[in-house]
Design a protein around this ligand. Structure first.
Ligand code: C2O
Ligand code: CU
Length: 438
């Protein structure tokens, strides 16, 4: 039913030809559910970041890019029109989609050349909070602003008054207060390129006292891990990386590594402040004002409905991923600053070669002096505690310096899937491997 009509960089089509081409699939698709059509145009942009106006890059002229929102199981058709003078790609972080739509250079497609168009077409099987971002020279393009929220609504959304997206971001300024686009060796070899302007983009800036709000926190930052605390609300943490908890957890300080998300459902008790609390200073990243008042709901905050994922089977493959290198790290035989298993950059052989449906376990060993947020494409995985219990089901896991964590999952999505550090300065400087599923 899904007659794939690709617009590749080799077929440079006019806008009208593109419309005609995609029009061919509209009829059959409409019989099976709605298709959301979006155009994303990455291009140079002057962005407002905190009090600053900065020359950056944006999708459709804005940082963050436009919010894409659709219902679970619906289809998304995104036409990317490259308005940069460099190649680009778009990755749909956390979405289980066909491998050819994953937006990864070398593994799934060539970069979209300047002036060219590519159509990403896929449906969204899981409800939750996701995001999209450039996946070509991503350390540079994401840090310059090429990211945006991708929201998949539950078939029956929870009973809330407001659904608010919060993207945590930071930028580095040079001495004259302009966007600093330089990467220095210490940015690659340490905790990353951490900007001094730390802020959050919120999709609404006013609520009523007593509102029940859903806050969707997303960390699209290049390298920064946030410790977020939210004042002015009383409620629960209900999901990580789009995947609902069976039992919501009382809201406390939340750690979000690059790429990670968290969903909160809470009642407004006061003016809301989103605070960064990891350093000695508490930074107020954003505020949401209150006006007026509504009667507080008496009904408890419920868990979100689970997304359907395959059950874990017996473990078919076990692999170990040792993170190496960086400042103060032991030596390794990779050719860049960082390495996975003594190899820097994408190896020719995958870490695991699995058959569709195989359950696999990967032991993530952080043998460096810095934390790393490891992201698996095309799948979610269980984090396993030291006691051997499954804890959270996510697509990105933060492994602190010196720590080890097992993850376990069913590889059921055929293709070549990237597994990398989502501190994008680390990825650019060696931390990437991949999994093959046949
Ligand atoms: Cu958020 Cu490889 O990506
Ligand atoms: Cu890293």
């Amino acid at each position: 039913m899904d007659a794939h009509v690709w617009v590749t960089r080799k077929m440079k089509l006019s806008r009208r030809q593109v419309l005609l081409a995609t029009g061919a699939t509209v009829l059959p698709v409409s019989l099976f559910g709605a298709t959301t059509q979006v155009t994303l145009q990455p291009r140079p942009t002057v962005a407002k970041i905190g009090q600053h106006r900065l020359e950056m890059l944006g999708f459709n002229g804005s940082v963050p890019g436009p919010e894409i929102r659709l219902r679970q199981n619906e289809k998304l058709n995104v036409q990317v029109e490259n308005g940069l003078d460099d190649g680009t790609l778009v990755h749909w972080h956390g979405i289980r989609l066909p491998n050819a739509m994953d937006g990864v250079n070398v593994l799934t497609q060539d970069p979209i050349a300047p002036g060219d168009v590519f159509n990403y077409r896929f449906s969204v099987p899981d409800a939750g909070t996701y995001w999209y971002h450039s996946h070509y020279l991503s350390y540079d393009q994401v840090s310059r602003g090429l990211f945006g929220p991708l929201i998949v609504e539950e078939s029956v959304p929870p009973d809330v008054d407001r659904d608010i997206t919060v993207m945590l971001f930071n930028v580095l300024l040079d001495v004259s207060g302009n966007f600093d686009d330089e990467f220095r060796p210490e940015h690659f070899a340490t905790a990353g390129r951490l900007g001094g302007v730390v802020t959050a983009f919120v999709s609404e800036n006013e609520v009523l006292l007593g509102d029940r709000v859903r806050l969707r926190l997303i960390n699209p930052s290049l390298d920064r891990v946030y410790s977020v605390s939210i004042s002015g609300v009383s409620g629960f943490l209900v999901a990580y990386d789009g995947m609902p908890f069976a039992r919501p957890e009382p809201l406390s300080t939340l750690v979000l590594a690059p790429g990670q998300r968290a969903d909160v459902i809470a009642d407004v008790t006061h003016k809301i402040a989103i605070l960064e609390t990891s350093g000695a200073l508490v930074i107020e990243m954003a505020q949401i004002a209150v006006s007026g008042q509504r009667k507080k709901r008496s009904r408890a905050i419920p868990a979100l409905p689970a997304n359907a994922h395959p059950r874990l089977g017996a473990i078919k493959h076990k692999a170990k991923l040792v993170m190496q290198g960086g400042g103060g790290g032991k030596s390794h035989s990779g050719t860049a600053t960082w390495a996975f298993n003594n190899q820097s950059g994408l190896p020719s052989k995958p870490l695991i070669s699995a058959s569709k449906g195989d359950t696999v376990q990967i032991k993530l060993v952080n043998d460096t002096s810095f934390a790393h947020g490891i992201h698996m494409h095309g799948h979610h995985f269980w984090e396993v505690s030291e006691q051997g219990e499954r804890t959270y089901f996510r697509d990105t896991t933060l492994v602190e310096a010196g720590d080890t964590r097992d993850i376990i999952c069913v590889l059921d999505n055929p293709g070549a899937w990237l597994l990398h550090c989502h501190m994008l300065s680390h990825q650019a400087d060696g931390m990437a491997t991949w999994l093959r599923v046949r």
